[in-house]
Write a protein that binds this ligand. Structure first.
Ligand SMILES: [Zn+2]
Length: 499
């Protein structure tokens, strides 16, 4: 179907004046939402974990034709949800061609368009916007000005056109008027200076604003949506009260509530499909990566007010796969299977995303990150091996056995060494790894077990990734022992009858 090119054609098309003449953006969002709900469609595709919490509240806000704000810590998909609102806009929206503020052909608000329609009538040319064209986003910062947001008097334009300063024909429009008939999203609203908030409020309330002292009338049609950190938003004096009053709904976002939801988000967002290599990410690797975020969010040394973004596990996962990819390339292997050592190699994706409290600063980002990884490993290990007997494996190390996991060692060689550790490979069934699985899969799983034992301080590991006997724990029961220091539990137990 070819779209109507003039106002006359538009009147005779499905874009009738009756339908579009007085329909506001919020009506349009509402209409399309109602249609989606009736059809049983997903309202926001690609938004995971909010089905029972955030999404119903947004649906209510849109049905109520509210301006609304999402309150949440960083990395809680706030911007993504706001952007997803474009899926509730019409596919094509007609406007008067050439209009900077996308005037409605049936009810233009700018003088240029009113004069154009008066002169040309049904011959007035029409152009179209897609839903994406109608979304304008701005990160609030303290240096945002009225000129950026609303507009400025352009003296050159005034001189050239012969119009008076302060006439709307001499205004250079800012972002908000350019979002007319669309959605305008302001992220981190509290960072906007008070004066600008007042300007915003005046536009919302009256459609009036003063630019450099000249009153300008701009009855804009915009759905305003915002995001903010909850503490900043509720802090006294950060948001002018009349503006707060005009925000119909405050909706709280949150981090994934359980590991599976976190994994689902990370799996969806992380860039994992790399060319040229078969990739298999073991489930326990995904779980450790996700647990890093969960552990960090609980860690006292990390700033609670800024939170731990979901971008952390996403970036970690990407780095983990890259490190495994690098190893596979170097060793000429076509099968990329990440291991837990790849997670330690992903430290650069962690340290920068943690806002440390004083105590954490003292300890250093690297040390905090390493401890968090270790706790995440211990938790994940317990999902599979809590209460599972590992004495035989620990004994092998206590007897002096050592094994080094290096990135340069070919996987098959490592597997041969691992076979010497009695009882280790037998335990891999718990993570669904069988003897006929590839060497890369078995090595990764075996390393998971060893890292788990290390995380629980039952075996040791050096900086060079040599697993070895752990430091001796003081024994709980005191009894005379004939063995010298360094003898292990295995012998103690076997000799007990002779004591
Ligand atoms: Zn116009």
């Amino acid at each position: 179907m070819t779209l109507p090119a003039t106002l006359g054609e538009l009147r005779r098309s499905p874009f009738t004046e009756e339908r579009l003449g007085s329909r506001r953006v919020k009506d349009e969002l509402r209409d399309n939402l109602v249609r989606k709900l009736r059809a049983g469609e997903t309202v926001f595709s690609g938004v995971v974990g909010y089905d029972d919490t955030v999404v119903p509240q947004i649906v209510n806000a849109v049905l109520s034709r509210h301006n609304f704000i999402l309150l949440g810590l960083r990395g809680q998909a706030k911007s993504r949800i706001l952007r997803a609102l474009t899926s509730l806009l019409d596919e094509r929206t007609p406007y008067i061609a050439g209009c900077e503020i996308h005037d409605n052909p049936y009810s233009p608000i700018c003088r240029r368009c009113r004069e154009l329609v008066a002169q040309q009538g049904d011959a007035t040319p029409i152009a179209y916007l897609s839903g994406d064209d109608r979304y304008v986003e701005k990160l609030a910062t303290p240096d945002v000005t009225i000129a950026d947001l609303i507009g400025d008097i352009d003296p050159i334009k005034a001189a050239r056109t012969g119009h008076e300063l302060g006439s709307e024909l001499t205004v250079h429009y800012g972002l908000l008027p350019r979002a007319n008939r669309g959605i305008f999203a302001i992220n981190e609203l509290p960072d906007l200076a008070g004066k600008i908030q007042v300007g915003l409020f005046n536009i919302m309330q009256e459609g009036d604003v003063q630019i450099k002292g000249y009153p300008i009338r701009l009855p804009l049609d915009v759905a305003l949506v915002f995001s903010a950190n909850p503490e900043d938003y509720t802090a006294r004096g950060k948001i002018i009260t009349p503006l707060k009053d005009r925000i119909g709904s405050e909706i709280r976002t949150h981090y994934p509530v359980n590991l599976d939801e976190g994994i689902a988000i990370t799996t969806q967002e992380a860039w994992v499909t790399r060319d040229g290599h078969r990739l298999l990410v073991p489930k326990y690797v995904r779980e450790v990566v996700e647990n890093i975020a969960f552990v960090a969010r609980e860690d006292k040394r990390i700033d609670k007010r800024s939170g731990v973004s979901q971008r952390l596990p996403i970036s970690v996962m990407e780095n983990v796969i890259s490190n495994a990819e690098r190893r596979a390339i170097r060793n000429g292997e076509d099968h990329v299977v990440p291991r837990l050592s790849d997670i330690y190699a992903a430290m650069p994706a962690i340290t920068g995303k943690l806002e440390l409290e004083y105590e954490g600063e003292m300890k250093g980002a690297d040390n905090v990150a390493r401890e968090i990884i270790r706790t995440a490993i211990a938790r994940t290990y317990d999902l599979y091996y809590e209460g599972v007997e590992m004495r035989q494996v620990i004994q092998w190390f206590d007897l002096g056995g050592q094994i080094q996991f290096t990135d340069t060692a070919p996987t098959t060689e490592l597997l041969q060494q691992l076979e010497n550790i009695q009882g280790l490979l037998d335990k891999l069934g718990a993570v669904s790894v069988k003897p006929k699985d590839s060497a890369a899969v078995q090595v990764s799983a075996a390393e998971f077990v060893l890292e788990g034992l290390h995380a629980h301080k039952r075996i040791g590991r050096s900086e060079e990734r040599v697993f070895m006997a752990g430091e001796k724990q003081p024994r709980p029961e005191k009894r005379p022992r004939r063995e010298g220091p360094g003898e292990d539990e295995f012998f103690n137990r076997n000799r007990r009858p002779y004591n």
